[in-house]
Structures are given as structure tokens and as C-alpha cells.
Design a protein around this ligand. Structure first.
Ligand code: UD1
Length: 366
């Protein structure tokens, strides 16, 4: 059998730590690989810095789609990716997570008849006001191989009628990157450089449901200011959030605001934090793997295992945030969920190879 060719599609910050371990594992098996960056994220701090920190080589092509409304961004990706997929004709198109780049690629790959694998399949918040929920549903419906991070995701896909043969539990690729980079992150000295200590609270916010509604945004800011009167609070700000804070005329008091920071810097901060306040999906998982308390400012989570087996707690009402931070404690002992062990990338490649063989044998007998 000739070596398989994988075409990976990434576009936004959370995709990069998911790509890295799969790319490394596929390279170790001698597979041919092509990395396509849609250009959804283009700032160095949200994109190129992650490639450097994670040791991923430059993308083979960058579609430079940039920002826009959801329809505009999705349409631009579809238009520009179609000729590349048609020309490359990989054995697998591999997409990651729930961003617009993932859903746009899935539609194009499915219509070109290219086998599609979804890494991080089966997550659901059951909240269709989140753009990511729509992206997850569309992608999972179209994918031929559903690679899941946790057993609840397998259950969800079964309930939705996906065939058993397409569902493979591989574990959490994001945690592979955490294992890969943690020592270098701790050595970066970033925490001490910015004066963070064991009492420091790390904050990230960027979801439209939190930052696009000025009233809710100001309620969260008010809680953060109060927390910052008691202990250090560090807040690396996503460009979208920075804009919304400016529009709302928010004043952050003693909160230590930073520009978006690189992967290693963030990992160093989070690993040493007393607690994390966030609405990010990735941070809910990273804190669970690290045993750091996480307070998620959302009504729901598509990652329930971080609550049932991890350190995550949902705090839907910003007025409860101050008390929740005061009460947060690191667990005395903890264990990461099954499959969050640093080997998920290898299991993704195993599944791609095994399933390609099934698809290949089927076409030979037809
Ligand atoms: C996207 C993902 C979200 C992910 C987040 C991580 C979707 C639907 N959302 O949200 O799931 O958690 O990335 O960051 O795909 N901008 C810049 N520089 C950039 C990119 C964006 O300044 O390099 C600004 C622009 O003003 C842009 C805004 O951020 O309009 C939002 O960017 P966009 O890619 O649309 O969504 P995110 O909020 O980043």
C-alpha cells in the first residue's frame, strides 16, 4: 500500500495545538502531509507564534481569508479552498474543533467526495446561539471518521444516529500538546517576568455571548475589578474583547491587562495559577489536565467531562464570580480523564490508517 496523504486544515488559534501532535505522529509514520491555513486568524500572536511554540513547520498554503461576518468568512474559505482540495486530492481531509474554518472545509470536502476526518467530534453544548455549536453539528454530520476526546462524545454521536464504525475514541489531542510543551513553558520564566504568583487568577474572555452584550460585559468587568482588589488578576485580551471593552467604556481597575500571549507563556501562567476564569473551550480542558480550578463564565459546556471528572465549574451569573473565585481550591489529588495522556495524536493516525484500509478494501470489492 502506498503511503497515505493527509491534508490538515487549520485557521484559528485553538486549532494549532490540536494539529501539532497529529502532524508529529503522522510524520513519524512517514505519511505525506499538506497543511492548509485558512488565515481566519492572522495576527502573529494568534497564529504564527503558535506554530513556533509547537514546533510545527510553516503551512504549505495560507488562504488569507481574514475577518468578516460568519457568512462572509465561511464563503471566502469555501471559495478559496475548493481548488486546493481538488488539486491535492488527499486520502483524508483532517479538520479540527469547531471554528468556521472547520465547517467551511467540511462542506467543500464532502461535495468533492473526499474522505473527511473530524478531530474533536461529538461535543455539544445544545446551545445554537453559539456559532461553534452549528459548526460542530454540520461537521459531524458530514465527516466519515469521528475522532472523539471523551466517551460522552461517543454516546452523543450514537444518539444522533452516526454509525458505530465511524466513531473512534482517541482521547484529547490538546493535552498531547500540553505534555509536549509544559517543561519548556515552565522554563520560559513568563510568570515571574510579569510578577504572577501562586495567588494569581488568570482570565480569558472572547465568546460573543459574554463580550458582545455590553451589560453582561460590564457585569463581568465589575467582578474582575473586585477580585483584583484582593489578589493579582492577569487578563490576556483577545482582539475582539479589547474592541468591545473600548466600545463599552469599561475600566479594568487593578486588573493586569496583557496583549494576547503565546502558547508557552499561557501554559506557564495557567499551570501556576490559583484559578482560571474563562469562556474558552481549550482552557476548560487544560485546567482539568493540570488540576487547576476553572470557573467557566457560561450557561453550559460542550465539555461536560471537565465538570464531572475535572476541575471545571460553570458560573453562569457574573455576580457569583467573586465568591466562586474565593472558594476555588486546587484538588489534593486528581487524575486526568482517560485518553488525556499525551498519546491521542498517535491514536488519531492509527484510526486514519485503519479506516483508510477499510474504505480502500471496500472500493476494491465494488
Ligand atoms: C474564533 C472561533 C472561536 C475560537 C476563537 C479563539 C469561530 C466561529 N470562532 O473566534 O471558536 O474560540 O477563534 O480565538 O470560528 N481578529 C484580530 N486578529 C486576528 C483574528 C481576528 O484582530 O488574527 C479580530 C477581528 O476583529 C475579528 C475578531 O477578532 O473580527 C473575531 O475573529 P473571528 O475569527 O471571527 O472569531 P474569534 O472571536 O477569534
Amino acid at each position: 500500500m502506498t503511503a497515505l496523504k493527509l491534508l490538515h486544515v487549520v485557521g484559528a488559534r485553538p486549532n494549532f495545538p490540536k494539529l501539532a501532535p497529529v502532524h508529529r505522529a503522522a510524520a513519524a509514520r512517514g505519511l505525506e502531509q499538506f497543511v492548509l491555513h485558512t488565515g481566519q486568524h492572522y495576527d502573529d500572536s494568534l497564529s504564527a507564534a503558535f506554530f513556533r511554540d509547537l514546533g510545527i513547520s510553516e503551512p504549505d498554503v495560507n488562504l488569507a481569508v481574514g475577518s468578516g461576518t460568519h457568512a462572509v468568512q465561511t464563503a471566502r474559505i469555501m471559495e478559496r479552498i475548493e481548488p486546493v482540495l481538488a488539486e491535492q486530492r488527499p486520502d483524508w481531509v483532517v479538520v479540527y474543533g469547531d471554528v468556521n474554518s472547520t465547517a467551511a472545509t467540511s462542506l467543500v470536502a464532502a461535495k468533492l467526495g473526499l474522505p473527511l476526518a473530524h478531530v474533536e467530534a461529538g461535543l455539544r453544548s445544545y446551545d445554537r446561539s453559539m456559532p461553534e455549536e452549528i459548526n460542530r453539528m454540520v461537521t459531524d454530520r458530514l465527516a466519515d471518521l469521528l475522532l472523539t476526546p471523551s466517551p460522552d462524545a461517543d454516546e452523543t454521536l450514537r444518539r444522533e444516529g452516526e454509525p458505530e464504525s465511524e466513531i473512534v475514541f482517541v482521547g484529547n489531542v490538546m493535552i498531547d500538546s500540553l505534555h509536549f510543551a509544559l517543561a519548556a513553558a515552565r522554563q520560559s520564566g513568563f510568570r515571574s517576568k510579569i510578577g504572577a504568583d501562586d495567588c494569581t487568577i488568570v482570565v480569558t474572555l472572547h465568546r460573543p455571548s459574554n463580550v458582545d452584550d455590553p451589560r453582561r460585559l460590564l457585569e463581568i468587568v465589575s467582578a474582575l475589578r473586585e477580585i483584583a482588589e484582593e489578589r493579582p488578576v492577569v487578563f490576556p485580551i483577545h482582539p475582539r474583547t479589547e474592541q468591545r471593552l473600548r466600545d463599552a467604556g469599561a475600566c479594568l481597575g487593578r486588573v493586569h491587562v496583557l496583549q494576547p500571549i503565546a502558547y508557552l507563556e499561557m501554559l506557564d501562567l495557567v499551570a501556576g495559577a490559583a484559578a482560571v476564569v474563562t469562556d474558552s473551550g481549550g482552557l476548560q480542558e487544560e485546567t482539568t489536565a493540570l488540576g487547576v480550578p476553572c470557573l467557566t463564565v457560561r450557561e453550559n459546556t460542550e465539555r461536560p467531562i471537565t465538570v464531572t471528572e475535572g476541575t471545571n465549574r460553570l458560573v453562569p451569573d457574573p455576580r457569583e464570580l467573586v465568591a466562586a473565585v474565593r472558594a476555588a481550591r486546587r484538588p489534593e489529588t486528581w487524575a486526568a480523564p482517560a485518553g488525556w495522556d499525551g498519546r491521542a495524536g498517535e491514536r488519531v493516525v492509527d484510526a486514519l490508517l485503519a479506516r483508510a484500509r477499510v474504505v480502500g478494501e471496500r472500493s476494491l470489492t465494488q
